[in-house]
Design a protein around this ligand. Structure first.
Ligand code: SAM
Length: 415
C-alpha cells in the first residue's frame, strides 16, 4: 500500500484507487447517531458519501449488517428509503427508533408519562433478566429499579413511545451495572471500584437528551426505514429482487468482535436473549467462533481462491479450529454477496467497509479476498481505498494481537 495519506473532511466524490484517507471530522454524533453506544459503528460520512454518489431521492438503500443503523439514518435524512438487516434484536430496535421522528403529541405524552415510570407497585414481582449471576453484574438496588422501570415501559401501548423509552433504558444499562464502562465487552474489574450511578437520574438524562433531538427536528421530512430480514446470508424477500439502488454495509471482522457477548447485558434486560440461549444465538453471528470438533478435525476445504487457500492452509497447520472459523467467515460472506447481488438493480453498487485481520500471526487481507469472492459471483470491482479510523471507540479491538485495526477498506462493487 502506498503511504500517502490524504487529509480530508469528508470522502471526496472521486478517490484514487488504493489511496489512504484520514477523515478529520468530529461531527459523528448529529441527529440520532448519538443514541446508544453501539460497538464498532462506522462514521456517518461513509454511508453518506455512497448514498449521495450513487442514489437520488426516494431510491432504496440497503444495509445488511445494520448495527446501530448509521446507514439507515443517513439514508432517511437524505430522503431515501432505507432497508435494514441484522440478527441482533437490539440493533433492530435502534434502527427503527433512530429513523422515525416522534410527533409533537408523542413528545408531550412522553414528558407526561415520565413520573409514572418510576412507580414501584409492591404487589408486583417484575421478571428478572435471564442472567445466571445477576448480582455479579448489578447491585440489588439497581436490579429492583431497573425491573420496575422495564415493567412500566412494557405496559405502554403506543409502540413508537415504548421503543423510544426502551432505547433510553438500554442506553443506561452498562453505566448502572458493575461492568467497566470503557470496555466494549462487559467485565467487572477487580482493581477499579466503579462509580455508582442512579437509574432514575441516568434514565431521565438520556430521555431528555434524545427527546431534544426529536424536538429540534420535528418539522423536517425524512424517508422511511424498515427491517426486512434477520440473516444477511439469506435475505430472501423475492419481491425486492432487482429493486435495490444501493447496498452499503460494514460486516463483522473475522474473529475480532463478539457482538452477542458485548451486548448481552442490554439484550438480557430487554428480554431479547439471555444466558440460557446465548450459544444458539452466537451460532448465527458471522465470524462465529463456534465450530464443532467433528468439523475442524477434517482436512481444510479448497475454496478455489488462491490467496484464501494459501492462508487457510497456513492457519490450519497451527490451529485447525481457527482455520475453520476463517473458512466459515468467507463462506458466510459469499452467501451474503450472492443474496445482496440478487436484490440489486443492474449497475447498482454494493459498498463493503471492512478491515483486514491477523489470525495466529498470519495476515488475512480480508478486503482482497472479498473482492475475489465478489468477482467470481459476477460483481465488478469499481474502486478500493482505505481510511484511518480516528475515533478510538469506533476502532475494533483485534482479538489476536491485542492491537487495533488501523485502516478500514472501502470496496466499491457494481452489479
Ligand atoms: C460492524 S457491525 C455494523 C455496524 C454498523 N455499520 C453501524 O454503524 O452501527 C456488524 C453487525 O453485523 C451483525 N451481524 C452479525 N452476524 C449477522 C448475520 N448473520 N446476519 C445479519 N447481521 C449480522 C451484528 O449484529 C452487527 O450489528
Amino acid at each position: 500500500m502506498k503511504n500517502i495519506i490524504l487529509q480530508v473532511e469528508s470522502i471526496p466524490d472521486n478517490v484514487v484507487e488504493n489511496s489512504i484517507l484520514e477523515i478529520n471530522t468530529r461531527d459523528v454524533g448529529y441527529f440520532t447517531h448519538s443514541f446508544f453506544k453501539y460497538p464498532c459503528k462506522f462514521i456517518p460520512q461513509v454511508p453518506k458519501w455512497a448514498i449521495e454518489k450513487y442514489t437520488k431521492e426516494n431510491d432504496i438503500v440497503l444495509d445488511c449488517f445494520a448495527g446501530s443503523g448509521t446507514t439507515l439514518v443517513e439514508a432517511v435524512l437524505l430522503n431515501r428509503n432505507a432497508l435494514g438487516v441484522d440478527f441482533d434484536k437490539l440493533s433492530q430496535l435502534l434502527c427503527m427508533t433512530k429513523t422515525r421522528l416522534l410527533s409533537r403529541r408523542e413528545i408531550q405524552s412522553i414528558k407526561e408519562l415520565l413520573d409514572g415510570l418510576f412507580i414501584k407497585d409492591v404487589n408486583l414481582v417484575p421478571n428478572l433478566p435471564d442472567l445466571y449471576n445477576i448480582e455479579h453484574w448489578f447491585c440489588n438496588e439497581t436490579i429492583q429499579e431497573l425491573s420496575y422501570l422495564k415493567y412500566n415501559i412494557d405496559s405502554i401501548s403506543n409502540n413508537n413511545i415504548k421503543n423510544f423509552l426502551l432505547v433510553c433504558f438500554a442506553s443506561i444499562i452498562k453505566k448502572v451495572s458493575n461492568a467497566d464502562e470503557n470496555s466494549p465487552k462487559p467485565y467487572v474489574s477487580s482493581r477499579f471500584k466503579k462509580k455508582k450511578y442512579l437509574v432514575k437520574d441516568l434514565f431521565l438524562k438520556s430521555v431528555n437528551n434524545y427527546l431534544e433531538v426529536f424536538d429540534k427536528n420535528s418539522n423536517i421530512h425524512i424517508g422511511d426505514a424498515k427491517i426486512i430480514s434477520q440473516d444477511a446470508r439469506n435475505i430472501g424477500n423475492q419481491e425486492l429482487k432487482n429493486k435495490i439502488d444501493l447496498a452499503v454495509t460494514s460486516p463483522p471482522y473475522i474473529n475480532a468482535f463478539d457482538y452477542v457477548r458485548s451486548l448481552r447485558l442490554e439484550n438480557a434486560w430487554l428480554g431479547f436473549f439471555g444466558d440460557s440461549n446465548i450459544s444458539s444465538i452466537k451460532k448465527n453471528q458471522i465470524g462465529t467462533e463456534i465450530i464443532a470438533a467433528e468439523v475442524y478435525k477434517k482436512e481444510i476445504l479448497n475454496t478455489e481462491i488462491e490467496i484464501l487457500d494459501e492462508i487457510l492452509n497456513k492457519i490450519y497447520l497451527v490451529d485447525k479450529r481457527r482455520a475453520y472459523v476463517v473458512l466459515k467467515y468467507f463462506q458466510d460472506m459469499e452467501a451474503n454477496i450472492i443474496s445482496v447481488k440478487d436484490l440489486l438493480k443492474v449497475n447498482a453498487h454494493y459498498i463493503i467497509v471492512v478491515g483486514d485481520s491477523v489470525i495466529r500471526n498470519i495476515e488475512v487481507p480480508t478486503h482482497k479476498i472479498l473482492i475475489e469472492i465478489a468477482k467470481r459471483n459476477g460483481l465488478k470491482l469499481v474502486n478500493t481505498f482505505s481510511y484511518i479510523i480516528k475515533n478510538r471507540y469506533l476502532r475494533i479491538p483485534r482479538a489476536d494481537r491485542g492491537g487495533f485495526i488501523k485502516y478500514d477498506w472501502i470496496i466499491d462493487l457494481k452489479k
